[in-house]
Write a protein that binds this ligand. Structure first.
Ligand code: ATP
Ligand code: MG
Length: 521
């Protein structure tokens, strides 16, 4: 039963460098408080054990933690579970069809996956399936089938290989939960299980829930399905992870063309779970891990990847909630064009206070002709004054003998551009400039580049862009890099500073320069 008066332990303040105790006395006090907390947790376990041996009621942990007497009052209802405020509560309250609760270790994810289906246990039509990859791992949670007096069922079992999904053929569930989703290297099982989700009871919603840490064999597909498509902790229409297109009802259906269902990603952090965070020991252990694991398991970062070109990318510094850019700020745009692959356009604003570049809009489309693209860009800018645009300079090349180049076709429509720098060495210089922009100025506590959190494609691509194995000075151009190229063109049009080390020495010798590289018409 949920007792509104009972509150979970107050979250410990996150320790930052500035908050670290300075004097030996302060340090001693913090240490003493930590051991007090650890002792309380030990006490709780002992009380539980005594209660089970004596077959009596356990003293409430909440009362202990809150410094109460440890005695139950007559009126106080017994609290069996109360969600931690924040993401755990969001997860339990989420109405979307598919929800992933993922991130740092110890955030309280698995615990909520066990508790979540219990709310329907008084409905005879409720039939839930909770899965982990293997039986061994399952021992951590409870391996059995529960049948409630109402007839509701919760089945906890395992699904090791893709072919094991056939065990569930012909069965129907109203709730499917998967713990540690990234342990599945492909989305096959998750997609198959979706076909087992149905209800005959209109009062029962159908839900699929998953929890996981970042990393593991399924990191990439889980990231594409849940993390990349939208601002975190907001509902979005489910997309096909390969094409990025919204999933829709098929042509023959009465709702043909309407989006199918919604998804949501709820990020987990250790700090959200005071039961584990307050003791401090687990955090200390996570802090000791190598960087990649530390960022995945402690910070819950999905952006870290081995061999990534921009491993310094950190959402905390490089993404910001969108806001209205003041009209007085200088704005410009940059574009990398592709017809059958993708076109990426980014819009930049310059914060006049410290020249920070803000990427405030992105456009990521495919199969758009130059003319169509020009119209889309102009429509988006209707209310704005854009100082200039930089476009991949190869677009000025004529294709065939006659007719205007793609750049000219856009310029004719009123969408003006100037050519990007494509000279030898410009890719490497551009990459260095991106690094310089990503650097966090410790005094200002701000990076030179900030991206609006609704530019989801750029945020998905930039941190995972791999280095070129043959030339670690550059990114791998075979990766999806249209938005990175647009970012590079834009940043290079306003370099922070230029160092002679940015160009190979032979590039520094005087070279032929076009008379006018500024105007593309
Ligand atoms: N609302 C809660 N009330 C009481 N205890 C809780 C609550 N949430 C979490 N806990 C405690 O915190 C512990 C850690 O939570 P849990 O195992 O769910 O974390 P997790 O996010 O799944 O971790 P991992 O990433 O390592 O799988 C649980 O064993 C449980 O004791
Ligand atoms: Mg877990």
């Amino acid at each position: 039963m949920l007792n509104k008066n009972a509150v979970p332990p107050k979250p410990r303040q996150k320790a930052t460098l500035k908050q670290k105790p300075k004097s030996p006395e302060e340090r001693k006090l913090v240490k003493a408080k930590k051991s007090q907390r650890a002792a309380k947790i030990k006490l709780r376990h002992a009380q539980r054990k005594i209660a089970s041996l004596e077959n009596t009621k356990e003293t409430s942990y909440f009362e202990e933690v809150n410094g109460g007497t440890g005695q139950h009052t007559e009126e106080a209802p017994e609290v069996l579970f109360q969600p931690n405020p924040g993401p755990q509560t969001d997860f339990l309250a989420a109405p979307e069809r598919e929800v992933l609760y993922g991130g740092a270790a110890g955030g309280g994810k698995t615990f909520s996956l066990i508790v979540d289906p219990l709310r329907y246990c008084n409905n005879q039509n409720f039939n839930a399936l909770i899965l982990r990859r293997t039986n061994d791992e399952l021992r951590e949670i409870i391996h059995k089938q529960w049948t409630f007096p109402s007839g509701a069922r919760i089945w906890m079992t395992y699904l090791e290989q893709d072919k094991d999904v056939l065990r569930y053929q012909g069965q129907a569930f109203t709730y499917i939960g998967v713990d540690e989703l990234t342990q599945y290297s492909t989305p096959y099982a998750w997609d198959y299980l979706r076909s087992r989700l149905r209800t005959v009871d209109p009062s029962l919603p159908v839900h699929m829930r998953a929890t996981t840490n970042p990393g593991g064999p399924g990191h990439q597909w889980v990231k594409k399905m849940f993390i990349d498509p939208a601002v975190h902790n907001s509902a979005f229409w489910a997309t096909d992870i390969n094409s990025g297109e919204t999933l829709r009802y098929p042509a023959a259906h009465s709702r043909a063309g309407e989006p199918l269902f919604q998804r949501r990603f709820i990020p987990a952090k250790l700090i959200d779970n005071p039961y584990l965070y307050n003791a401090g020991d687990y955090e200390a252990m996570l802090l000791s891990l190598p960087e990649v694991q530390r960022r995945q398991l402690l910070e819950g970062s999905w952006d870290i990847a081995e061999g990534a070109a921009f491993s310094e990318f950190d959402r905390k510094y490089h993404t910001v909630k969108s806001y209205k850019i003041p009209n007085s700020w200088r704005k410009f745009r940059a574009c990398d064009y592709g017809y059958s692959s993708h076109t990426g356009v980014l819009w930049f604003a310059v914060d006049p206070v410290d020249e920070t570049l803000i990427v405030y809009r992105e456009l990521y489309v495919s199969k758009k002709t130059a003319k169509e693209l020009a119209h889309i860009v102009l429509k988006l800018e209707e209310e704005e004054t854009i100082s200039y645009g930089v476009l991949d300079s190869s677009l000025w090349h004529k294709r065939g003998d006659t007719g205007p180049s793609l750049a000219e076709q856009m310029i004719v429509e009123g969408c003006r551009w100037r050519p990007s720098d494509r000279s030898r060495g410009s890719r490497v210089a551009g990459k260095n400039e991106v690094h310089r922009r990503l650097k966090v100025d410790e005094e200002k506590d701000r990076a030179g580049l900030e991206i609006f959190d609704n530019c989801t494609n750029l945020i998905a691509q930039l941190p995972t862009l791999p280095l070129d194995r043959n030339n670690p000075e550059d990114v791998n151009t075979k990766a999806e890099d249209h938005l990175y190229d647009a970012l590079r063109y834009g940043i290079m049009s306003r370099p922070v500073s230029r160092s002679i080390f940015d160009y190979p020495s032979k590039m520094l010798e005087p070279q032929w320069q076009p008379a006018d590289s500024t105007f593309g018409y």
